[in-house]
Design a protein around this ligand. Structure first.
Ligand code: PRX
Length: 571
């Protein structure tokens, strides 16, 4: 094991002596940076943008935006003014404190103005990934009781407006938008809007952002984060992202996922650094070009992306000058030692794994620039947070025992609610104090944590979390499908891919066309990333006597493993 350790070459990291900081650090020390230290009130958008706009950083580039059609730069002053303007458009649409404003559009500067504008009004922003289809969009807008939806003319067709009685206004970002009582032409109003706005000063415990995520049962759940999360975003931007004033930072995640807000918006801007946002889809050449063009110094991405780059070969890489890069991080899935080795050889840098989840709001277990890395390990808890391995009763287990990865309640960016479902929220906590992540892991004698797998059936495909229940529910809506069971199966690039086992209704027979039709049915109903890549047809599926599909048995079939205890199986 020891021979595999990668020593740090960065003694200049912001977190220099991990053990010492762990012993002495309290979160209250980080709070001094923010307005509530003086006024008792705060607003994330002020701290991330306006605070810098009003300082000597006002003319510094806050956002480098590019996609295939646009290439733009915005200073902190621009971001202040444009998010004020966007805020005014939303204010005119009736948005007030606590209202849910959903933003369903591809990455673009306007998305960022509108998200910040929502937060400036004290609203709760709900970013939705652009690939969502009608069913997924409806579930989220309905559950959250969204009052305003921001979208584009292209995506509007996927919004069942008539079925959403609480939705009062549509703010459409695009050309030739026809306005009516419900519909607002963003560009027209934005042009006319004032660039000053009275920020809504809120309590640090007030709601700020709602991210929907999947579990193994039930519909996606709305994970609510509050302004207080900024303490952890700010502190981990220093310690984990290692951001310093002159850094150019790029997080590749879309704001539809938590990484794209916590670390694509809040952390870098709280730290006052220049933030690169690249629109459009993944392409290896494009990504290398982006790193080169902007002279990116700190880069945060995901194992699937690194594996795709790795698979694309080093010849492509050799065409680009990536010498500005100094710190690379990864999140979302296990980071294979093989990928770390590729990083060492291709980029001459260590890739730093970080572990956290939608519910934790910010990084929790990480590898720090100044620390030794054990490839395959997620690292050690962020100072100020306490992580442990606990058994199912909440007892802390000794080193090297497999168990539930748990975090002591009370870290600043912890979710504050599951929207409308208090009992679901409570179900995350064991023995009162431990938040149980749903991941199994162990901790070694030196305090490094090692990921082992999910305890539940949640699937991680290309770093995106997919709930099998949601896919199964959609599958059985198809007229040919009698029963469906969905599992994740290992994939060398995407981590896992989605596999569905299907039993057809009487009168239907397997054909390639039917298989494709069923796959497209899920694509159209939920999203492309939720559609099963692989479908296997069976006469019937293994079920418990109460009729629940036994995914465990499907997984055992798939992986050629023993099926375990089948005593509850229907015969
Ligand atoms: O299983 C863990 C996996 O992703 C889950 C959380 O997914 P999500 O809420 O979508 O957030 C993803 C990004 C913040 C976790 O329960 N996961 C996340 N990071 C890692 C990981 N698995 C292994 N190693 C990681 N570094």
């Amino acid at each position: 094991m020891e021979s595999n350790v990668l020593t740090s070459t960065n003694s200049n990291g912001n977190l220099r002596n991990y053990d010492e900081v762990c012993d002495s650090f309290e979160w209250s020390q980080a709070e001094k940076a923010f307005s509530w230290a003086e006024t008792g009130l705060v607003n994330m958008a002020h701290e991330a943008i306006d605070r810098h706009a009003d300082s000597d950083k006002g003319n510094k580039v806050a956002l480098y935006y590019s996609d295939q059609h646009r290439k733009e730069e915005y200073t902190f002053k621009d971001m202040r003014d444009y998010s004020n303007k966007a805020g005014n458009v939303l204010k005119d649409s009736g948005v007030t404190k606590g209202d849910r404003v959903f933003i369903f559009m591809p990455r673009s500067p306007e998305l960022y103005f509108l998200l910040l504008g929502t937060i400036k009004l004290g609203g709760i922003a709900g970013p939705l990934f652009e690939a969502f289809m009608e069913g997924a969009v409806k579930d989220r807008l309905e559950d959250s009781g969204a009052k305003v939806l921001v979208t584009t003319p292209e995506l509007l067709g996927r919004v069942p407006v008539d079925e959403l009685p609480e939705l009062e206004k549509l703010v459409i970002v695009g050309d030739d938008v026809k306005e009516d009582e419900k519909t607002i032409n963003f560009h027209r109003q934005f042009e006319q809007a004032s660039s000053t706005l009275d920020i809504e000063w809120v309590d640090r415990e007030d709601g700020m952002i709602l991210h929907y995520t999947s579990g193994s049962t039930g519909k996606p759940k709305g994970v609510l984060h509050v302004h207080n999360a900024m303490i952890q975003h700010y502190q981990t931007a220093k310690w984990v992202l290692d951001l310093k004033d002159d850094d150019v930072y790029w997080c590749t995640a879309d704001p539809g996922w938590v990484t794209g807000t916590s670390y694509g918006i809040f952390a870098p801007w709280l730290a006052g650094v220049s933030n690169v946002i690249r629109g459009g889809r993944f392409s290896p050449e494009d990504w290398y070009q982006t790193l080169e063009n902007y002279k990116v110094t700190v880069w945060y991405s995901a194992p699937t992306a690194f594996r795709m780059l790795m698979g694309y070969g080093d010849k492509a890489l050799a065409k680009y000058d990536l010498s500005s890069l100094r710190h690379v991080l990864s999140v979302g899935e296990p980071l294979n030692p093989e990928v770390i080795r590729w990083g060492m050889q291709a980029l001459n840098l260590r890739i730093h794994d970080t572990w956290w989840m939608t519910e934790t709001g910010a990084q929790v277990i990480c590898n720090y620039p100044s620390m030794e890395i054990k490839p395959g390990s997620m690292g050690k808890p962020v100072p100020g947070t306490e992580a442990a391995i606990v058994d199912d009763e909440g007892n802390v287990l000794p080193p090297n025992s497999m168990g539930n990865l748990a975090i002591k309640k009370g870290w600043p960016s912890m979710m504050r609610a599951i929207w409308n479902r208090p009992e679901k929220f409570e179900s995350y906590f064991l023995a009162g104090d431990w938040y149980v992540s749903g991941d199994s892991a162990y901790m070694d004698e030196e305090g490094y944590f090692w990921f082992q797998g999910r305890v539940d059936d949640v699937i991680m495909t290309s770093g995106e979390r997919v709930g099998p229940f949601e896919v199964e529910s959609k599958l059985v809506e198809h007229p040919a499908v009698a029963e469906a069971g969905v599992i994740g199966t290992p994939d060398p690039v995407r981590g896992e891919i989605i596999k569905a086992f299907i039993a057809l209704r009487d009168g239907y027979e397997y054909s390639e066309e039917l298989e494709e039709e069923i796959r497209n049915f899920v694509k159209r109903g939920l999203s492309a990333h939720a559609a099963p890549k692989d479908i296997e047809f069976k006469d019937s599926l293994p079920k418990t006597r109460s009729g629940k599909i036994m995914r465990r048995v499907l997984k055992a079939w798939e992986l050629d493993l023993p099926t375990g205890d089948l005593s509850t199986m229907e015969k």
